[in-house]
Structures are given as structure tokens and as C-alpha cells.
Write a protein that binds this ligand. Structure first.
Ligand SMILES: Nc1ncnc2c1ncn2[C@@H]1O[C@H](COP(=O)(O)OP(=O)(O)OP(=O)(O)O)[C@@H](O)[C@H]1O
Ligand SMILES: [Mg+2]
Length: 351
């Protein structure tokens, strides 16, 4: 889907002249030359008009690594982070958009793509059924709920059970841990419960501790390098997605900046899910809404940005007698519903 250079508009001058020459050539000759354009090198940031070495470096430092990241950016965001003027930013964004094949796929292609989607089991049959067979790869699933509601437990279970997904190469789970709550001992318990080899499961999980929101974003971007180096990453867990953002950006004035960064972060995750068929699981805290008098007085952190980027959203809460209740509140092709289970040593148990 990415970046097939369009030959008109953005050709450097010399090549543009050459292509003018070729228009004069006979039709037959042109036909034979056509495949050449297919091989055209993927454009990079420094190919954009008006971007010299210094600007390209500044953009890279600000996290704009390819044309796609510029194409999906906004002039305001680029002005803030890369220090270019708004007019220049607008021009760069337009050029980046023009030079990318922003991709229409046929319904049939998409159906074929759906065939490659795997469902990661939760160890609760009812929960799997609610999710249409399990947590999907190629999508972001967000779980939000109060402390102790089981978000991290589900993360550990998915990191373990991804091993049950049949693939030519053993799947790898990347666990981005922002709260220091990843526990290898817990993985060993869960692996035993699932009939898997605990050592093998632990070897297949790559854990990274994120110390702040920038670090968290950087680690997420690095996952693409892992994949390009041949690691069979099938699952990314970000636990917690929003805790650092919430702690670092306090007060109304900083809200816009926080949301902008979160938006970029979610986009990185979306791209990984979409391009590499990776399952993404993110956890999110809730805050109380003091102005809400009816219904549930809690709301997920991150607001619309996180909500809209997530394909599936689950609200977790504590139920009766130590049980947990998971409510699916947003899913593209599934009905809303609620299931109840216990968290046990071996995993989730239906009630
Ligand atoms: N080995 C275990 N056996 C049974 N239950 C367990 C086990 N480990 C954890 N739990 C249950 O999971 C709960 C903790 O859930 P978890 O850490 O997933 O919450 P969380 O939603 O991530 O909370 P936070 O918002 O604080 O991160 C414990 O209170 C306990 O009930
Ligand atoms: Mg947790």
C-alpha cells in the first residue's frame, strides 16, 4: 500500500526532461520502457522540494522518517515539532501526499486480507466468543478500566497465547511496559496453564521498559526495525498506553499537545497493525467524571483520539465475588455484549 512514486509532478528536472524526450519516441519503444518506472526508487524526505540536508535532518530528529509520516501530519504539528514555517509545512505535506499511492483496495482484496487475520485466545471461551473468536491481529484493541480490573493480566495472557497461533516461524510478542508491571513469573504460570513450554514462551516475548512518553513512542517506532530485521512480530502490547502522557501533560493548556503526541503514537501502532498484520493491545486508565450524575461516572483517558484509533474497545470492571466483567463497547463487525470471568492462576475462567 505504501509509496509507489507517481512519475509526473515530482520528478527532478533532469528526469522530467528525459521523460519529455521519451514522449517523442515511438509508442512501441515507450511500451518497452514502461517497466522502468515500476522500479523507480522509493522517494525519501530529502526528495521533497525545498528540503535541504539541514531541514531533512531536523525533520528526522522530530520523528518524520518517511513520506508517509509527513503525508499524514498536519501543518500545525510540523511547525511545532520541526520548526518549519506553516507555508513550507503545508507544501511539504501536499507534495508527500501527491507522491504516495494513498491506496484504494478493492473489497475483494480486503476480504483476502481478512483471511490472514489471526485470533488470539483469551482462555475464556465466553470472552473469545464476544470478540468473534479472539483478539484480532491487524487491529488495535483497547482495554480500559479501573486499577486491578485485569488489563495487565489480559496483556500477559495474550503475550502467552500468541504462541498458539500457527505460523511457519514462532511468533514474537513485544511488550512495552510503562508501569513496571510485566512479570515473567506470571507468564510461566500462564504458559503452564495453557499447556505451553514456559521457557519457550518467555524467549518469544521481547520486553522493553518505557521511562517516559517520548521513550514509549520511540520504542514503538523501533518495532518496525525488528520486523524488517526478520523478527516475526505478531503482537505488540502497550501497557499502559496513556499513563506517561497523563502524568507528563497536566492542566488544560497542555492538553492539545498531549493529544497531538498521542495521535502520532496511535498512528504508529495503526500502521504496524495494518502493514504487518500485527495484533496491538493497549491498556488505558479511566478518570472520574465529576459532572456526570447518571450512568457510569468514569471515562477512558485519551479521549476521542484513542477511542477512534482503536478498532475494538473493551471496558473492564470488577464484578461480584472477585469476578471481572468485560464489556465490548465498540467493534466494527460484532454486536456489543458483556461477559463475566475470574482471573485465576492458569488464566481466565468462565463463570
Ligand atoms: N496469579 C494470579 N492468580 C489469580 N489472580 C491474579 C493473579 N495475578 C493477578 N491476579 C488478579 O489480577 C488483579 C490485578 O489485575 P491487573 O494487574 O491486570 O489490573 P490492571 O487493570 O492492570 O490495573 P492497573 O490499572 O493498576 O494497572 C489482582 O488484583 C488479582 O485479582
Ligand atoms: Mg496494569
Amino acid at each position: 500500500m505504501l509509496a509507489k512514486a507517481k512519475t509526473d509532478e515530482i520528478l527532478p528536472n533532469k528526469e522530467a526532461e528525459e521523460s519529455k524526450d521519451s514522449q517523442k519516441k515511438s509508442k512501441k519503444e515507450q511500451k518497452m520502457e514502461e517497466p522502468k518506472t515500476e522500479e523507480k526508487k522509493e522517494k525519501s524526505i530529502s526528495d521533497l522540494p525545498g528540503v535541504g540536508a539541514a531541514t531533512a535532518e531536523k525533520l528526522r530528529e522530530a520523528g518524520y522518517k518517511d513520506l508517509m509520516s509527513i503525508a499524514v501530519s498536519s501543518p500545525g504539528e510540523m511547525t511545532d515539532t520541526a520548526g518549519v514555517t506553516e507555508a513550507v509545512a503545508r507544501k511539504m505535506i501536499n507534495e508527500a501526499r501527491n507522491s504516495l499511492d494513498m491506496g484504494f483496495e478493492s473489497g475483494a482484496d480486503l476480504l483476502k486480507k481478512r483471511d490472514t487475520i489471526e485470533k488470539i485466545k483469551t482462555t475464556s471461551e465466553a470472552f473469545d466468543e464476544l470478540m468473534g473468536g479472539g483478539f484480532e491481529t491487524g487491529a488495535i484493541t483497547e482495554c480500559f478500566g479501573e486499577f486491578g480490573s485485569g488489563k495487565t493480566q489480559i496483556g500477559h495472557i495474550l503475550a502467552t497465547n500468541i504462541q498458539k497461533v500457527k505460523d511457519a516461524k514462532a511468533p514474537i510478542a513485544v511488550y512495552i511496559d510503562t508501569e513496571n508491571t510485566f512479570r515473567p513469573e506470571r507468564i510461566m504460570q500462564l504458559a503452564k496453564g495453557a499447556g505451553l513450554d514456559p521457557e519457550q514462551v518467555l524467549k518469544s516475548i521481547k520486553v522493553a521498559r518505557a521511562y517516559n512518553s517520548d521513550h514509549q513512542m520511540l520504542l514503538t517506532e523501533k518495532v518496525e526495525d525488528l520486523i524488517k530485521n526478520g523478527e516475526n512480530v505478531k503482537l505488540i502490547i502497550v501497557d499502559s498506553l496513556t499513563a506517561h502522557f497523563r502524568a507528563e501533560f497536566i492542566g488544560r493548556g497542555t492538553l492539545a499537545e498531549r493529544q497531538q503526541k498521542l495521535n502520532k503514537h496511535m498512528h504508529t501502532l495503526l500502521k504496524l497493525a495494518d502493514q504487518y498484520n500485527v495484533g496491538v493491545y493497549v491498556t488505558n486508565q479511566v478518570m472520574s467524571k465529576p459532572d456526570q450524575f447518571f450512568g457510569d461516572p468514569t471515562a477512558a483517558i485519551g479521549g476521542h483520539i484513542v477511542a477512534h484509533a482503536s478498532t475494538f474497545r473493551i471496558y473492564l470492571r470488577k464484578g461480584k465475588k472477585g469476578s471481572r466483567v468485560a464489556k465490548l463497547i465498540d467493534a466494527p463487525n460484532l454486536g456489543d455484549g458483556e461477559v463475566c470471568f475470574n482471573v485465576t492462576e492458569g488464566g481466565l475462567k468462565d463463570i
